[in-house]
Design a protein around this ligand. Structure first.
Ligand SMILES: Cc1cc2nc3c(=O)[nH]c(=O)nc-3n(C[C@H](O)[C@H](O)[C@H](O)COP(=O)(O)O)c2cc1C
Length: 207
């Protein structure tokens, strides 16, 4: 098999984004709820999102810098308050989630755009998404800035301090894994509904 081989810095960031998104797939999506320092809500999806381990329970989402080099609100808020909630998505939430994945100005609270329901968290101040079958309340462990300027890479690592699981998915102290089909992100505008499986597309709304 012959390969096209290159150094990452020799192709445009857009090509790298498409390549890494399409090949490191499907990815789970962390639907991240934060509050800013004044208490305004913020909700945004991040598919550069992973569980790191369970002792302690730890997960991470990766908000790239905006194209003007500024931090995204989710990063700024998590750093300012030390808290966030990572909500897990299912197919029925996809359209609502998609409305929030747009770089709105910081003053915009994406909750009303999503049509989803904010439910109080127990340990942290940002609300969780009631429609999410699984949600993890997190305290910020560390922000790792691996890059700077436009599209700079960041890791926001959270320690899970409280967990919510839909009752029907919890049996005898265990998740009923076979009954839970989270939404996954592929490359381009594709998603995978593991309940199908169905691959479907969602065009990002314009600002
Ligand atoms: C499904 C989906 C996944 C996304 N994943 C990421 C991601 O992993 N990293 C990122 O920087 N932006 C990602 N985005 C774009 C952000 O959600 C978008 O920039 C959002 O406006 C950030 O909001 P904030 O500034 O309120 O944090 C994704 C968008 C969608 C729809």
């Amino acid at each position: 098999m012959s390969s096209v081989s290159f150094r990452p810095q020799d192709v445009p960031v857009g090509s790298l984004y498409d390549l890494m998104s399409a090949s490191i797939a499907p990815r789970p999506i962390g639907f991240i709820s934060t509050l800013n320092a004044e208490g305004r809500g913020n909700l945004a999806p991040f598919s550069y999102f992973i569980v790191g381990g369970v002792n302690p329970a730890s997960l991470c989402f990766c908000p790239a810098n905006r194209s003007n080099g500024e931090d995204k609100d989710s990063l700024r808020n998590a750093e300012a308050t030390g808290e966030f909630v990572a909500n897990i998505l299912v197919r029925t939430m996809a359209e609502g989630m998609n409305q929030t994945g747009v770089d709105y100005p910081s003053e915009v609270d994406e909750w009303p755009l999503s049509g989803l329901t904010a439910a109080p968290s127990v340990v942290v101040a940002p609300p969780r998404v009631l429609e999410s079958p699984v949600a993890f309340e997190c305290k910020l462990h560390q922000v790792v800035r691996h890059g700077s300027g436009p599209h700079g890479t960041n890791y926001v690592i959270g320690e899970v301090v409280y967990v919510h699981v839909e009752e029907s998915l919890w049996n005898d102290g265990m998740i009923v894994a076979a009954a839970f089909r989270p939404l996954g992100r592929m490359g381009g505008q594709e998603y995978i509904d593991l309940g199908g499986p169905e691959i479907f597309e969602l065009a990002r709304p314009k600002r």
